[in-house]
Design a binder for this molecule. Structure first.
Ligand code: ADP
Length: 878
């Protein structure tokens, strides 16, 4: 028979059940312990010792020793951070009564007190999307949680960053879901059970959680309103997703909801649409290597606060499509760009600001510390001063004028907190010491009482030394005995006497400890006053917290305004540093970029003292598709991407790396790179290339901007050329959007004859004394040759191999000259639009036959015969 579980293990198994697949942190004294598979997994991730305890027959353990590992409670956050990073979710089971209480309970229930087991409960789930702790969050990155659901064919998405309370509701078509989720970049995604689009990391919740009625009800309750009209227009799908999101937050917080600000709606039309492949290939927030280094944001970000950096990341992931808002943002950048002194002053102030948005998040979530309150106080006070400073400046741009009012208005709260809190409050609240002197007379008195008693104890020490003649007598304090008198053992005897006035407490090696009535009294005063003082401070903490919670929306608005200022000043700084310009924005299809540069490639080159060659790009309705040829490494990809990035930066509301730019608003941005390795997803590279290209052909509009880099490269020469040819034609004839197409197929140059809005360009290269010189300069006209062998030589292919390749190439070119080359058969290919004929309808014999039958004139026998005939025709038709 299998061994039974101990009561503790039974309790553990019950809690583990409730943990729903999360790792269970089981509190035992000063440690959180993990058992069984949890322990094995955590020990591996955390690199801590895996031990074992007792034996257990519960669960499926079958009486084996229980694997176990533990982390100290005081440093649990650092371990949690690593587990969350590794993709784990953790349930925290705390002791919810003291051992004494457990014993009392046992007695009351008639069980032996010695076997009393402390009650434990899961108090919280820690998951990637629901963090608020400073130590677990990255300061410069938002941390989002998203919930999705499908309401009659419309996808609702609710997302929030509970570290700052920001919440966004949106809807999209089922086809656009992955692009929307890629934009949001949530660290945790919640969906109804059996949701078809789920991946292995999706968290499933009951379908009933995603109820639009519940969503609406809970939003109204949280924000204490009767209707949601003031916040925006929300449809059923949005509210259902919101219901799912709030239900999940409720679940992980065990009924404690975090900070949630009124939801904003986001319409996907208002944003520049970019799908996941485009985001990845443009390396907006992370480079292809996976980190921030080498990404667009890493070269653009000059924000001096974490909140600013988070706002910039959001701006770059969701650029706008609305001329007015874009111009307002750009004009504020210009304002700070034109005035370097103002910019420097502003940035100096911002640099010293605490992250009030996140401090607020912790306070509202009930995990705030006195330090968080102090940060909010200091941040709000600084914001008010900054407002006064900026308001005094002439000619403010409209956006700045709109932001300034939300930076003040907390006068009473700030004054209150300035009176109540000490200058730098501690992160721990249980030891007190954060309420300032003079704020609460009763508290001051309690502190005076314990201060007096402390002084009295010091006085006692002097008096006892005198009276006993023991110069080494000391009064000390520890956690077990409290205050005590200590003398060296050799002086202890006189104090042991019954009438000495001292009572013996403890004999140590070399020292003996005593108590005395006076000491006992003074110590009692200290502990009583101390206890009351702590309780008073705790009450003040609650009251200050409530005041902050009350003002949460306006505090969050101040935080948002400061972040926006930081973004603008940072963009201005970056522009000044790199000689960037304010683009002119237009509402028609144009793209004129003078001396544009790729910010990331340029930064990399500058670091090694190389020069980036700037290039122009001019596209309009008459010349909207550039076919770009030239040698490998010539700079084609760089040119394609720099133009896409310039559009993105402009529509995000910033300046751009160019001498001048006129940009017609783009509704969708597509970037495709031929045959990039994407085997991880289990599709062949060519398949991926085609799936991604298909998306462009179905989604791009005349206002889109498309860059295609060597599409068709992933298959055989003939297939690739044919596909590239057809894609270029479709983009040119049907979609008619602005497009840059890099290719190494010379044959495509022939398209210039038939496509009138297409022109040929190439990146220049020269061979000089047998060596290839890449000029990285774009010029008009087809590429003269591919320089493949020269590139091979540059790359270090051994000379004999290059020589042999040269000979082979000679033969091949001879052959091509004779046959007319790869594209020899293309001379009389009709134009794309003409070539696409409607598919022929198969002829319908049955219908024809039926039409000829005059039913009224048929005898029953003839009718039967006709039926047989029809049946025969139908079968032969199959
Ligand atoms: P291609 O797509 O033609 O193979 P890339 O765009 O990948 O070429 O560029 C190859 C390298 O050439 C880049 O990594 C960069 O170092 C350099 N390069 C590209 N464009 C420029 C430029 N405009 N000025 C200077 N160097 C450049």
């Amino acid at each position: 028979m299998a061994a039974k579980s101990t009561p503790m293990m039974e309790q553990y198994h019950a809690l583990k059940q409730q943990a729903e697949g999360c790792l269970l942190f089981y509190r035992m004294g000063d440690f959180f312990e993990l058992f069984f598979d949890d322990a094995k997994l955590a020990a591996g991730i955390l690199d801590i010792a895996l031990t074992s305890r007792g034996k257990d027959g519960g669960g499926d353990n079958g009486g084996e020793p229980v694997p176990m590992c533990g982390v100290p409670v005081h440093s649990a956050e650092a371990y949690l951070a690593r587990l969350i990073k590794a993709g784990c979710r953790v349930a925290i089971a705390e002791q919810v009564e003291t051992p004494d209480e457990a014993k009392q309970r046992a007695k009351a229930e008639g069980r032996p007190a010695s076997k009393a087991l402390v009650k434990r409960e899961i108090v919280r789930f820690v998951t990637a999307g629901t963090l608020t702790e400073e130590a677990l969050l990255e300061p410069r990155r938002a941390n989002r949680l998203a919930a999705v659901c499908d309401v009659r064919g419309t996808i609702g998405i609710a997302s929030c960053d509970i570290s700052t309370g920001q919440m966004v509701l949106e809807t999209c078509e089922p086809a656009a879901i992955s692009a929307a989720l890629a934009r949001i970049g949530a660290s945790e995604l919640v969906a109804p059970e059996a949701w078809a689009e789920a991946d292995e990391e999706t968290i499933f919740r009951p379908r009933s959680d995603f109820s639009s009625d519940d969503g609406e009800r809970r939003l109204k309750m949280i924000h204490e309103v009767k209707t949601l009209d003031a916040f925006g227009d929300f449809d059923r799908a949005m509210l259902a997703a919101c219901g799912g999101l709030i239900a999940y937050l409720d679940h992980v917080g065990r009924g404690n909801l975090p900070l949630l600000l009124p939801p904003e709606t986001r319409s996907s039309d208002a944003l520049l649409a970019m799908d996941e492949a485009t985001r990845a290939s443009l390396e907006i927030l992370t480079s292809q290597q996976g980190g921030r280094a080498g990404s667009l944001i890493a070269t653009v970000d000059r924000c001096v606060t974490g909140a600013g950096a988070r706002q910039l990341a959001e701006d770059l992931s969701a650029p706008l499509c609305d001329l007015d808002t874009i111009s307002r943002r750009q004009n504020m950048v210009r304002y700070f760009h034109q005035d370097p002194l103002l910019r420097a002053d502003l940035r100096d102030v911002l640099r010293g600001l605490p992250d009030i948005g996140r401090a607020l998040g912790r306070v509202v979530a009930g995990r705030g510390s006195p330090r968080d309150l102090g940060q909010i106080r200091d941040g709000l006070a600084e914001a008010r001063q900054l407002r006064d400073f900026l308001a005094a400046k002439p000619d403010q741009p409209a956006l700045l004028e709109a932001l300034l009012p939300s930076m003040g208005g907390h006068g009473a709260l700030v004054d209150h907190m300035q009176r109540a809190l000490v200058a730098s409050p501690p992160t721990e609240r249980q030891n007190g010491g954060f309420i300032a002197e003079g704020y609460d007379a009763a508290l001051d008195e309690l502190r005076q009482v314990s201060g007096n008693a402390r002084r009295a104890i010091a006085g006692l020490e002097a008096r006892y030394r005198d009276e006993t003649d023991i110069a080494t007598l000391k009064i000390k304090h520890n956690g077990v005995l409290g205050y005590f008198i200590e003398v060296p053992a050799r002086h202890a005897d006189p104090l042991m006497a019954a009438d000495s006035g001292f009572t013996h407490r403890q004999t140590m090696k070399g020292a003996v400890r005593f108590n005395s009535l006076s000491l006992h009294e003074e110590a009692g005063r200290i502990s009583e006053a101390g206890g009351h003082a702590l309780a008073a401070e705790e009450a003040h903490f609650e009251e200050l917290t409530a005041a902050v919670v009350q003002d949460r929306q306006t505090i969050a608005a101040t935080a948002a305004a400061l972040a926006r200022l930081d973004v603008a000043a940072g963009q201005a700084e970056r522009a000044a540093e790199g000689n960037w310009c304010q683009p002119e924005m237009r509402d028609y299809e144009v793209l004129e970029i003078r001396s544009g540069r790729h910010p990331v490639v340029e930064a990399a080159l500058t670091a090694t003292d190389e020069r980036f060659v700037a290039n122009d790009c001019t596209l309009d309705n008459d010349d909207r598709l550039w076919l770009i040829g030239g040698p490998n490494m010539g700079g084609k990809s760089t040119f394609l991407r720099q133009n896409a990035l310039i559009i993105l930066l402009a529509q995000a509301g910033g300046f751009v790396p160019a001498e001048g730019a006129r940009i017609g608003l783009v509704d969708r941005l597509f970037s495709r790179v031929g045959a990039s390795d994407n085997l991880a997803r289990g599709r062949s590279t060519f398949m991926v290339e085609m799936v991604e290209t298909a998306a462009i052909l179905s989604q791009a509009t005349a206002s889109s901007f498309v860059i295609l880099d060597e599409v068709g490269r992933g298959t055989s020469t003939y297939d690739g050329l044919a596909l590239a040819w057809a894609v270029v034609e479709a983009v040119h004839e049907t979609i008619r959007c602005r497009c840059l197409f890099a290719t190494h197929y010379h044959e495509l140059a022939r398209l210039a004859d038939s496509c009138d809005a297409l022109s040929l360009h190439n990146v220049r290269a020269r061979e000089w004394k047998g060596d290839l010189v890449l000029l990285h300069e774009l010029e008009e006209g087809p590429a003269d040759r591919s320089y493949g062998l020269a590139v091979a030589k540059l790359a270090g292919i051994p000379k004999p191999v290059v020589a042999r390749a040269k000979a082979v190439l000679g033969k091949l070119e001879q052959g091509r000259a004779q046959t007319g080359g790869l594209a020899a058969g293309l001379g009389d290919l009709p134009l794309f639009a003409a070539a696409v004929e409607p598919e022929e309808q198969p002829e319908d014999i049955l219908a024809d036959k039926l039409k000829t039958i005059d039913v009224d004139s048929l005898s029953p026998r003839e009718a039967l015969e006709a039926l047989y005939e029809l049946k025969k025709a139908a079968t032969s038709n199959d």
